[in-house]
Write a protein that binds this ligand. Sequence first.
Ligand code: GTP
Ligand code: MG
Length: 375
Amino acid sequence: DSNLTVRELAERLNIAETEIIKSLFSKGIAVNITQTLDLETARLVTEELGVLIEVPEVIAAATKQTEMLDAKDLEHLQRRPPVVTIMGHVDHGKTTLLDSIRKTKVAQGEAGGITQHIGAYHVDVEHNGVSQQIVFLDTPGHEAFTAMRARGARVTDMAILVVAADDGVQPQTREAFSHAKAAGVPVVVAINKIDKPDANPDRIKQELSELGLVPEEWGGETIMVPVSALKGENLDTLLEMLLLVSEVEELVANPNRLGKGTVIEANLDRARGPVATLLVQNGTLRVGDAIVAGGVFGKIRAMIDDRGQKVEAASPSFAVEILGLNNVPSAGDEFEVYPTEKEARLIAEKTAETQRNSRLQLAMSSRRVTLTTLS
Ligand code: GTP
Ligand code: MG
């Protein structure tokens, strides 16, 4: 059962109810507006109208994915690349893994041009003969980490849990896994440092099983890939597995609308002013857009990708650095583009006031009102 009435389906597809009734009538099926349609019937409608081939599945995926999508997006949904966060205990090789993936995947000529660190990287991966993209988030160590983990489900589609084969499951391994679990994010394990003489992948699998992460080869459901980030061993298998998981996830967004998403990190650059790295989760972000991020706003003056190149537009799942904000937003803040700068300013000012009030309340409740907490 699709659990959608004719009226609801019409709303979601942004078409007239009579269109649906007519379409079904032409196939010899009589329905009324308040009738609930079964999955097969809903699919007949959408196929006929050429909108979405598998509506109920896509709707399910969309509702699960985020509040970033609304009903109007449903007829414009397109596949988007997976966003993958690398997590794990300190020194288990997260950064080395990401560096290594980029080195093998980013063309030599471009590698020299990598000057910007924006905390998010796009990688092209060959899969079933087609080139596909994966967006990696380099969260460890920086301030955004806590905010982002709290919003894990919204920001990331999958997590790579890196576990060093010579060290095993450690406190932050458990912590990272519990965040991923709470957020409902699928986890792929990378058993790293297998080049080390004291590496013991079987012991790691045993320890992970005790956490509830049972490897596929032991009858469980967790994909575990032994790798050496340092030597670049088995990284292609890891990437392949990420794409397999992302296929099941049905990741979609609507690129044909104004952009919205989440602030990954932000800082004040002496020469360039406020700089923010944004992850676009729905719509397309463009230079010249009037944007609000938490309590700050601005007109996007320039956008820079992870290779340090200026870009004009960023579609869903892509991360870019933007210039032109009037202030520095907080990591974890949501951003959204508005039709006019005037509107953006109004919304931002309202949000800033709400933020000030709640800070004030917090300060009052702890009876420690100082000049800095009020500023
Ligand atoms: P934090 O960001 O501090 O949590 O650490 P990290 O998980 O990013 O670890 P990082 O990549 O910085 O690696 C820590 C150390 O492990 C470095 O000295 C790496 O060279 C080493 N290392 C990482 N991967 C491998 C590997 O596959 N084999 C070996 N032998 N050493 C590795
Ligand atoms: Mg690191």
